[in-house]
Design a protein around this ligand. Sequence first.
Ligand code: SAH
Length: 384
Amino acid sequence: MDLELLDRALESLGQPAFRSRQVWEWAARGAGGYEAMTNVPRALRDTLAESMPFSTLDVVSEARSRDGTVKTLFHTADGHPVEAVLMRFRDGRRSVCVSSQSGCPLTCTFCATGSMRFGRNLTASEILDQVLHFVRGERSSRSRGGARGAGPKGTVLGHGPGRHGAASGVRGGGAGLRPAGAGPAGGVTHLVFMGMGEPMMNLDGVIGAARRLPDIGITHRRTTVSTVGWLPGLERFVTEVSEPIRLALSLHAADPGLRSHLMPVNDRYPVDAVLEECRRYVTTRRRRVFVEYVMLAGVNDSVAQARALARLLGTDAFKVNLIPYNPTGSYDGSSRDAIERFRAELERARVPVTVRLTRGRDIAAACGQLAAAPRPRRAAVLPG
Ligand code: SAH
């Protein structure tokens, strides 16, 4: 919900100051609508339901991958498309990948988001509503008896109930809600700012949302902000944010010329300055920075390039995450062997390295594939 609007509405209704927090806590625990908020006076619940949409986002469509990944396309109240992804892992982790902007003004050549029209920065509330959508969904699938597996490939669940009333198919109000502070209500455990957009161009929105995530059950240590190295935002993030939120840098090439070719933003904010800022993060937080490196066949995946990467990063400050390329049309992904050779070379140089699991590729929900492309065909829409 729009938390600023909520504050203003409550104030103009002459409500006590604690009311806003009370309403937010219900939403954060996965309540399906105002009617579930049983410690809020009924008349006030009714007034809010009439005057304030429960979510800032409308669900447009939802697709489910064979691996259990869910991608949701939302529209903001003013019609901008936004996508978010829920990933479910066997060990019980539930990770949500949120967008910080509708579209992205940057033009990384391997990423589909850059090819769609840039809309605008999202507000903190619009970022939180992406998460709360999945929190409610997980909660209701649990209370239905835990049908949490993957649906059929690409199933479009259709238009959600929208911003008014019970969202995400949650019916019946607050039954089964946990008391405040009882941990993750909807089972979402991790959050990454790796959807559409460049989070450091929208630091206020991103940090405003991140600061409220613990209320949803997602700790700062399980929250990661990913950046291309947008320096003004990154510097503020390192200087001003005291919470132990994790940082990831999309690097993709050690060589500045190649990096500029892949990511034109490198001409504006050169990689040396960006890495220096990352090292400042490591010094002040005592946490490694994750380095994301998408593996492009014949472009950045040679053993010599692995060696150059190891020299650039050193062994103390970074942990490399090699990302298999998810097809977006422009490149070929590296072979398994090439990825393995690259990984082994980094390991030999004692640079911590992992290979990222690819999720949701069959529904274009994987890294770099979020582009809010076509609106789903009506024929595919099932009744909610
Ligand atoms: N703008 C930020 C946040 C988005 S994160 C950033 O770039 O860090 C999205 C991640 O997916 C980035 O690491 C990005 O480089 C990576 N990515 C983009 N396109 C990809 C593709 N086609 N295959 C695999 N990873 C991709």
